[in-house]
Design a protein around this ligand. Structure first.
Ligand SMILES: *Cc1c(COP(=O)(O)O)cnc(C)c1O
Length: 416
């Protein structure tokens, strides 16, 4: 591969997504230069249209007060309905299988209320080793809530000795041998630390063969991988919108519930009025009747300001399309890996899988000595990436707004 700067610039000129870069705000260094932003896996940049979209809702609220629910520019009463089509597209789902609501960890709990139904013989939750702390706390507290001991009931699949990522075969093998004890398989789509993308189709099939329910935390996969949740057949999934989906800090989350559960009033759930069948929601009668599909897990009326920001970003995704974003992700991460491999003095080891099918936009570098100091040098030179204890630097060239030249510059700074 040609590793010169002029080649990077030429790649940017041929990039069909290059035009999206100018539709985002970039943090700037004191000298006014934009930073090299490789942190879209943690907090996506602000699309320039967000302020105007928020102003529409703020103006409606100022102008109309409560009547904004029905007379607003985008009436708030039905606001959440605008998210079905774009989310279905990103998640590879049917429109009635997705909904934008709440926050990620809250939603994982709500979905586990429905889909983690332990019995005395089948009560374990299978997760990946090094799951994100919030997910670990969530599953531990769920098993405790049902009277089990996390030390016994939460099982982590570990990488093999000397390896950093999991083999799908090992997940399948565990489920073949011990699956009769597993009530729920809950994996991430992309592991936050290693950047490994899991084979969600195979994991779902293995979980279901074992008689377990299967759910995914897509925090690092949503807007990153090409997902096919419906086809893979997962029972549920949840994600946040503020990482690759650029919808702002603490932005609204989303859920997927497979259509086989679309009309299952017998599924236990913690209910709220917004999840009730809209035909009877305002009759204010007792007796919860869940709405069809994922909408039936809504609790509260929709967070309009957060959704307004989310909509701006989803419009960009619809324009860019997931296949084009994914193609750029594969190309730009391959380019980054080639540049990293060519660096003379490696102070790190790449722990993200080399197989493009097994990664998204994030490349994780395990530093060999004093990683924090290396990270601080990167920061001082205008690179935004992050450091995860004890020794991992994560860099993610998000395809909507990162350029090949960004990646080239990053590796030059790393080399110096
Ligand atoms: C980012 C992330 C979260 C964050 O959870 P919130 O409830 O949005 O604070 C949870 N799980 C994973 C895997 C994440 O990557």
């Amino acid at each position: 591969m040609n590793l010169t700067r002029s080649h990077a610039i030429a790649r940017d000129q041929q990039d069909p997504l290059a035009k999206f870069r100018e539709r985002f705000f970039f943090p700037r260094r004191p000298d006014g230069q934009p930073m090299i932003y490789l942190c879209g896996n943690s907090l996506g940049l602000q699309p320039k249209g967000v302020r105007e979209a928020l102003n529409v809702e703020l103006d409606d609220w100022a102008r109309l007060g409560v009547d904004g629910h029905f007379d607003g520019t985008h009436p708030w009463f039905a606001y959440h309905e605008m998210f079905r089509r774009p989310l279905a597209h990103i998640m590879g789902a049917k429109e009635h299988e997705v909904a934008a609501l709440g926050s990620l960890t809250n939603n994982l709990h709500l979905l586990m209320v429905s889909f983690y139904r332990p019995t005395s013989k089948r009560y374990k939750i299978l997760i990946e080793a090094s799951a994100f702390p919030s997910d670990q706390y969530a599953v531990e507290s769920q098993v405790r809530f049902h009277g089990f001991d996390p030390a016994d009931a939460v099982v982590e699949v570990q990488p093999r000795e000397g390896e950093h990522t999991l083999r799908t075969k090992d997940i399948e093998k565990y489920l073949e041998e011990h699956g009769q004890e597993v009530a729920l398989v809950m994996f991430s789509g992309v592991n936050y630390l290693s950047g490994q993308a899991f084979d969600m189709g195979r994991i779902t099939a293995a979980g279901h063969r074992a008689g377990a329910r299967v759910g995914f935390d897509l925090a690092h996969a949503a807007g990153n991988l090409e997902l096919r949740l419906h086809e893979w057949g997962a029972d549920f999934a949840a994600w946040c919108s503020y990482k690759y989906m650029n919808s702002g800090p603490g932005g609204v989350s989303g859920i997927f519930v497979h259509e086989r559960h679309a009309d299952s009033p017998e599924l236990p759930r913690f209910a709220g009025w917004w999840g009730n069948d809209p035909a009877t929601r305002f009759k204010m009668e007792p007796g919860f009747k869940p709405a069809h599909g994922a909408d039936g897990w809504q609790l509260s009326n929709a967070p309009i300001l957060s959704l307004a920001a989310h909509k701006v970003s989803l419009d960009l995704f619809e324009e860019a399309t997931m296949p084009a974003l994914r193609a750029k992700t594969v190309a730009i991460t391959e380019y980054l890996l080639a540049l990293l491999d060519a660096l003379p003095n490696h102070e790190f080891e790449v722990i993200t899988p080399r197989d493009p099918e097994a990664r998204g936009a994030q490349i994780s570098l395990r530093t060999l000595n004093n990683g924090r100091a290396l990270f601080e040098r990167l920061q001082a030179a205008g690179v935004v990436c992050d450091f995860r204890e004890p020794d991992v630097i994560r860099v993610a060239p998000a395809p909507l707004y990162c350029s090949f030249e960004d990646v080239w510059q990053f590796t030059q700074i790393l080399a110096s």
